[in-house]
Design a binder for this molecule. Sequence first.
Ligand SMILES: Cc1cc2nc3c(=O)[nH]c(=O)nc-3n(C[C@H](O)[C@H](O)[C@H](O)COP(=O)(O)O)c2cc1C
Length: 333
Amino acid sequence: MASVDHRFSVAPMMDWTDRHCRFFHRLLTRRALIYTEMITTAAIIHGDRARLLGYEPAEHPVALQLGGCDPRALAECARIGADFGYDEINLNVGCPSDRVQEGRFGACLMAEPALVGDCVAAMKANVAIPVTVKCRIGIDEQDPELSLDAFATAVAQAKVDALIVHARKAWLKGLSPRENRDVPPLDYDRVFRLKAAYPKLSVVLNGGVASVEQAASFLDRVDGVMMGRAAYQEPWRLMQVDPLVFGEAAPVAQAKAAVEAMMPYIERELAHETRLASMTRHMLGLFRGVPGARAFRRVLATEAVKPGAGVAVLAEALAHVVDTPAVPAHIAA
Ligand SMILES: Cc1cc2nc3c(=O)[nH]c(=O)nc-3n(C[C@H](O)[C@H](O)[C@H](O)COP(=O)(O)O)c2cc1C
């Protein structure tokens, strides 16, 4: 089986990690594993697959995240994903939204470890690529000591290839999905104990990781770290991944070079009627803290949304920025 390196990944984020975002992130790091937004089995089975699952070859390694709870449907969608060339299939057992609860998948599956085990086994039987699960440490009144162990045992028996743990509980009633990403306290020690108790299980820690340095510091206690909001909101951080986690040069020495490298892609997409703003929105935090960053954001916020806006707008925004390397020169290319 092809193996996937989980040492550093960018989290699946609905409405954020679309294909434009992923293409852009890949210009900042060659090595991070990147995830799609969650796509439900119903959407894949009944919807426009080319639109939902299409991606650029440059995005590899890229994992497809599925939402669902029916082993047969998941197995079918895993196969479809593998046929599209995704490097990994991931099952979402962490999302607490009402819509997802109605479909009886996402975080509420933390209460049904045996069913999740069946889902993993069914997917693994149907594909040759890794099958992974992303979960919480528990939900509602569950005791995370027990719930996470029961869950890990079930997915390990099904031979899951990695378990990504968002290191906080989800409260299915009373908290919005957004609050569920901040309010329940983080418990990294629970995830470290999981790895110690299941040394053969590949365990990835997620939740609240603020910097690539911090992520690298966890790699002696878990197999990998997944970063979500910090990577999306300040994508310059991704320039640190290849040097600090993999000991390799970053693909670009300066963030400005990544924007320039994005331009041919943007031109191609504009020719296919993609709006400029739907691509540049993922770049807004690239220069945070750098002189000119505010003007960069302002030009994009006001001009890129206008009908017919083209790459000239991005070039104009970029001209305001004084770039500095995100990685010290002795580490960068
Ligand atoms: C806008 C947004 C959308 C998200 N969508 C998903 C999703 O589709 N699937 C999923 O498993 N988690 C989703 N998450 C949760 C993240 O993957 C991650 O677990 C969470 O943000 C905690 O990591 P962080 O503190 O590094 O951001 C989403 C988070 C955000 C901020």
